[in-house]
Design a protein around this ligand. Structure first.
Ligand SMILES: N[C@@H](CCC(=O)N[C@@H](CS)C(=O)NCC(=O)O)C(=O)O
Length: 201
């Protein structure tokens, strides 16, 4: 299996899943600062020009959610997804989709208008709007995490990888986390040995 990306990006979600599984893979660093993600060789793997991208034999995937789901299904013994067809399995997918479509979007807006977009395209007012848009999904998370060890049921799942990665992204972007339960949860998730190993890439 081949993973393309850079650890300080959504690629870390896939690295984290791979480390939880203990699967062997080759990591190909894509240097965004050198524009390697927009070169033809990389665009042939991911036409979006974004990281991560992933190849396993004749399967080529982009989208961190799709890659992590593929890995969790390929390696069921790692139990990164609840029992297929169960209530918890449905909730796990709900939270993964929610992270991608709701929780992370304000953070991505901030990143785009701070450093991703060409300077002439950045709109400073977007930063304030994004901070406002962060408040509602993050308050949902604060309520959900109160008194809970994991996002779904009583076990670590892909939903925790997606939520914890995104909370850590917020922390790195100096965006306030939604309260003590979220802070404690994030510390517990980041203390997992598999997460710590992602720091080696
Ligand atoms: N929905 C995609 C988002 C991928 C994405 O936007 N990746 C960012 C890094 S975290 C990227 O490649 N940015 C480079 C750019 O937009 O030029 C996923 O989850 O894989």
């Amino acid at each position: 299996m081949e993973l393309y990306g850079v650890a300080s990006s959504r690629t870390r979600r896939v690295l984290w899943a791979l480390e939880e599984i203990g699967a062997e893979f080759t990591f190909h660093k894509v240097d965004l600062s050198k524009g390697e993600h927009r070169k033809p060789a990389y665009l042939a793997i991911n036409p979006n020009g974004k990281v991560p991208a992933f190849v396993d034999g004749d399967i080529t995937l982009f989208e961190s959610g799709a890659v992590c789901n593929y890995l969790a299904l390929k390696y069921p013994n790692a139990r990164l997804l609840p029992e297929p067809g169960s209530r918890d399995a449905a909730l796990c997918q709900q939270w993964i989709f929610w992270v991608i479509s709701e929780l992370e979007q304000p953070l991505w807006s901030m990143a785009k208008h701070r450093f991703v977009l060409p300077e002439a395209r950045r709109i400073p007012a977007m930063l304030e709007l994004a901070a406002y848009e962060w408040q509602h999904p993050s308050s949902i998370l604060a309520e959900h995490l109160a008194g809970r060890d994991y996002m779904v049921g009583n076990a670590f799942t892909l939903a925790d990888i997606f939520v914890a990665h995104t909370l850590n992204w917020a922390r790195g972007a100096k965006v306030a986390l939604p309260g003590a339960a979220a802070e404690d949860y994030l510390e517990r998730m980041l203390a997992r040995p598999a997460f710590e190993r992602t720091m080696n890439y």
